[in-house]
Design a protein around this ligand. Structure first.
Ligand code: C2O
Ligand code: CU
Ligand code: CU
Length: 487
């Protein structure tokens, strides 16, 4: 069967020669597989420190075909860490990769030297032991490699995992929270395969627009099927892709409730029928499977893909415009489980009158950015405000406790803008009031039209700076990143 995915991949990503082979391979490999659920390590049940070992391994994404991959405590991805608000959690990260790495706690509000950015290098054979103070509300966070220049390759190979913060307020809401049963972690990734083996797309296209692949994985599973109880189920959606933006919806168009943004629970649930998720973004949703019908979560075309791929996708859209992400198979009898709560979490709004300063960040890409980057002594082809990232240069200095407006814009495509060590709120998008999907506390937001973010700086970054960057990992590695201190 000629699918759009094999068509696009065969013609563009693999250069045409793999066209026939890819589509034959895909037909043979269409067997559904049980959704993998990463092991759960609960920091209150587990002794400390919690050991995380970054290591190389082999993974059979397709039966009988082994790929070389990276993982934490395993072959691909890492265990889910569950931590409790108020606790101090010690993690011992050992690097057994044979190359340098770092582990960044994306979304955790902790001081700069614990953050795991490019400055907290873990050399081959070494162990890094940060003690993480968990002082923020319940949220779905994640951890991943952040070694400068190699983040995209290490994450692509498998170096990421989930970090769930829980607290008493969240527990009191009675949301579905049986891990792996009615509370499912879902790491969405696209990866490129040849003859069933993972390959790393490279070349100008991959560096310009970010790496994409012809196959969707959920928790590292190809053609995944999840068994779920016939009741309300919570999905923790994490875009762990290098560059792809997902436009998610159920095949029958059923509504679901969005309950948490990157920073944690919203004030009240928002009913939606579709939801977009850019790299680095997370969303928790509640879906009702009580009717017992098997249903597929699908994604629309990647509207952020390079022009040529976009055109091909649009032409073949006549064949099939959507592709499956994950099939749900409800099991057993209908149950009366949790209900969608009316209210979730009250938030104290940031006060615009407290804003002490405004800063502007323009994410720039392409030849212009490259020339300026080289003149500045950087080496990337992308940049922010025309400057490629430089480990030795501090770009901004912020005062601890301040509230600022960060005005962010992007060029040529949509860029997910991420800031370490803070939560922010959307103040405006394209000069207008933000939309329903822009609400809540966030640490990552997709920027196409210019946005204004209201940022509060509550964490010090003196011993080591925080990063802000585009979360298309190839853009980040190639210079679309800056750093700031908070004191
Ligand atoms: Cu998810 Cu700077 O990273
Ligand atoms: Cu981060
Ligand atoms: Cu970007």
């Amino acid at each position: 069967m000629l699918t759009r995915r094999s068509f696009v991949a065969g013609t563009v990503l693999a250069g045409g020669t793999a066209f026939a082979a890819a589509s034959i391979w895909r037909a043979a490999a269409a067997e559904p597989q049980k959704l993998r659920i990463p092991d759960l390590i609960d920091a209150r049940r587990h002794g400390q420190p919690i050991a995380l070992r970054a290591q190389a391994g082999r993974t059979s994404f397709f039966p009988g075909q082994e790929s070389r991959t990276l993982g934490y405590n395993g072959n691909y991805l890492g265990p889910t860490l569950r931590v409790h608000r108020g606790d101090d959690v010690e993690i011992a990260v050992t690097n057994a990769l044979g190359e340098d790495t770092t582990v960044h706690w994306h979304g955790l509000l902790i001081p700069g030297e614990l953050d795991g950015g490019p400055h907290q290098m873990i050399r081959q054979g070494a162990t890094w032991r940060p003690m993480l103070p968990i002082r923020q509300p319940a949220a779905t966070l994640w951890y991943h490699s952040h070694v400068h220049g190699r983040t995209a390759e290490q994450v692509y190979a498998g170096l990421s995992g989930l970090l769930l913060v829980t607290d008493d307020d969240e527990k009191a809401l009675g949301l579905p929270s049986e891990y792996g049963l009615d509370d499912l972690p879902l790491v969405l990734q696209d990866r490129q395969f040849e003859d069933g083996r993972l390959v790393l797309p490279d070349g100008m296209m991959a560096q310009m627009h970010g790496r994409r692949g012809d196959t969707l994985l959920v928790n590292g599973t190809v053609n995944p099927v999840a068994r779920v109880p016939r009741r309300l189920v919570r999905l923790r959606l994490v875009n762990g892709s290098n560059a792809r933006i997902y436009h998610l919806a159920f095949e029958d168009g059923r509504p679901f409730h969005w309950i948490a943004s990157e920073g944690g629970l919203l004030e009240r649930p928002v009913e939606l029928r579709s939801l977009s998720l850019a790299p680095g973004e997370r969303a928790e949703i509640l879906v009702d499977f009580a009717d017992g019908r098997s249903i597929v979560l699908e994604t629309g075309m990647d509207t952020n893909a390079p022009m040529m791929m976009g055109m091909l996708a649009r032409a073949s859209d006549l064949i099939t415009g959507r592709e499956p992400v994950l099939r749900f198979e409800p099991q057993g009898e209908e149950e009366t489980g949790a209900k969608v709560p009316e209210r979730l979490m009250a938030h104290e709004r940031l006060d615009v009158s407290r804003v002490v300063r405004r800063r502007r960040f323009a994410m720039t890409m392409g030849m212009g950015g490259m020339m300026r980057g080289m003149m500045d002594g950087g080496m990337g082809m992308h940049g922010i405000n025309g400057c490629a990232f430089d480990m030795e240069r501090i770009d901004e200095e912020v005062r601890l406790g301040d509230v600022e407006i960060w005005e962010v814009s992007g060029a040529m495509m949509a860029h997910p803008f991420h800031v370490h060590g803070v939560h922010f709120e959307m103040l405006s998008r394209n000069g207008a009031a933000p939309g329903p999907r822009d609400q809540g506390l966030r640490d990552t937001v997709v920027v196409q039209e210019p946005v204004e973010l209201l940022v509060r700086f509550t964490q010090p970054a003196v011993a080591a700076p925080f990063m802000y960057h585009c979360h298309i990992l190839e853009h980040e590695d190639n210079g679309m990143m800056g750093q700031f201190v908070v004191r």
